[in-house]
Ligand binder design. Structure first.
Ligand code: URA
Ligand code: CA
Length: 433
């Protein structure tokens, strides 16, 4: 058997690993035989030299099989999962889980804590008073059967390879690698029991993939590797050159999801949820094509089934279902302030990551792993790219528990909203559907 150091040297020298080599690396790392410094070196070699599709598929399979494989076979039908490659203010899961479930496709979702600076889906859900993201496997399955959806924290024994590797990548500069991202995302979905996966690959300033070419390469590889492991995979690419929807912050995004489920949400968030949801209904076998899927989703929103499913879901996980009717029951910030436009002109674009940082400075995210999140903190943008503002017009409202946080967050936000004299080209939400 090859020594671990030989495997690292092989990748340094751009040699191809066999499936057994890759399996050996993953199991040695999970067992503790391979220390962090060796895995760091291998990860950097992969970031610099890449992996072939075969190597990536072997990595993905080894990671998925590194722990418990969730069995969803008790739940009838095709189990469809959805994943976004991360962005700022991405509220889609909160909308999609009940929306798709209300149309008859079960959503059994395990969500990771992630490493992002803004809160993840679990943090958003936990801002609902009483909501618990920790369910035993039997309760999780029973809830999916009874209510149609459940979203829980991924337990430690599922895909432990990804947990360990992702944490290491975060501190070794090895996150933005196509094969490593593919391994991380697809292994979690395979271990989580999904038969079919809808992926939303983000492009732009708020995401890992800054250019169209990078995003295309990632989407193609996600599909190739997912399909080689026997999963149906559908990918779309969407824009992150401005935040999705207007709210960035945990309870603020729950309120935005509630509005969207009632048909009153921001246009971009609504449209993205309908496009992703239609694909999920097709994969789940309840719609013949996307046009039929769209019609089912819009009807569920219009008839109130979507928001009712949200309320049932929240109640099933211990949360207060009355938030669906009265979002003021969500945590409320003690202080608010309005950030005004320093000059007139067109909103030419956003540094989306900067907007996320501003929300984090208000308490909506974590600067370090151990930081606690303020569920009420964040911001709501009042403007979208392409709009015209006069000097002094509101750009955003900031929410915080401590008003001393406003000064730094405001200047960070102002630096992230670009105002110019010329009307910009429209920013398309969809790069490829
Ligand atoms: N999201 C993941 O889950 N893993 C990655 O590596 C990148 C984004
Ligand atoms: Ca949002």
């Amino acid at each position: 058997m090859k020594q671990i150091v030989e495997l690292i040297e092989n990748k340094r020298d751009k040699l191809e690993h066999s499936a057994e080599d890759v399996q050996r690396l993953v199991s040695a790392y999970v067992s503790g035989e391979m220390p962090d410094y060796q895995m760091s070196a291998w990860l950097m070699a992969v970031l610099l030299n890449g992996l072939s599709s075969d190597e990536t598929a072997a990595l993905t399979k080894a990671m998925a099989e590194s722990g418990r494989m969730v069995d969803l076979s008790e739940i009838p039908g095709v189990k469809v999962d959805k994943h976004s490659t991360g962005g700022v203010g991405d509220t889609t899961t909160l909308v999609l889980a009940p929306l798709v479930a209300s149309c008859g496709v079960p959503v059994a979702k395990m969500s990771g804590r992630g490493l992002g600076h803004t809160g993840g889906t679990l943090d958003k859900l936990e801002s609902i008073p009483g909501f618990s993201v920790n369910l035993e496997p039997e309760a999780f399955l029973a809830q999916v059967r009874d209510v149609g959806c459940a979203v829980i924290a991924q337990s430690a024994d599922v895909d432990p390879a990804d947990k360990k590797m992702y944490a290491l990548r975060d501190v070794t500069g090895t996150v933005p690698s196509v094969p490593l991202i593919v391994g991380s995302i697809i292994s979690k979905k395979v271990a989580g029991g999904a038969n079919a996966i809808v992926l939303d690959v983000k492009v732009g300033s708020g995401s890992f993939m800054k250019t169209e070419e990078q995003a295309k390469a990632l989407a193609a590889e996600l599909q190739r590797v997912g399909e080689s492991l026997g999963r149906k995979v559908v990918c779309i690419r969407t824009d992150m050159n401005q935040p999705l929807g207007c709210a960035v912050g945990n309870a603020l995004e729950v309120a935005e999801a509630i509005e969207t489920l009632k048909g009153d949400g921001p246009a971009d968030l609504t449209e993205l949820c309908i496009v992703l949801g239609a694909k999920m209904l097709v994969l789940g076998g309840v719609a013949d094509d996307e046009r039929a899927g769209r019609a089912l989703l819009l009807d569920s929103i219009a008839q109130g089934r979507a928001i009712q499913t949200f309320a049932d879901w929240v109640e099933a996980q211990g949360g207060d279902p009355r938030v669906a009717d009265d979002p003021s029951l969500l945590p409320q910030a003690a202080h608010t302030t309005v950030v005004a436009a320093p000059r007139g002109g067109f909103i030419t674009g956003f540094d989306t990551e900067g907007v996320g940082r501003a929300a984090m400075l208000l308490g909506a995210g974590r600067a370090t792993k151990d930081d606690t999140i303020d569920p009420a903190a964040g911001l709501v943008l009042a403007v979208r790219a392409g709009e015209c503002v006069a000097e002094g017009d509101p750009l955003a409202t900031l929410y915080a528990s401590d008003d001393s946080l406003f000064a730094e967050a405001s200047s960070r936000l102002l630096a992230s909203i670009h105002i110019g004299d010329a009307e910009p080209e429209p920013i398309p939400l969809f790069h490829e559907v």
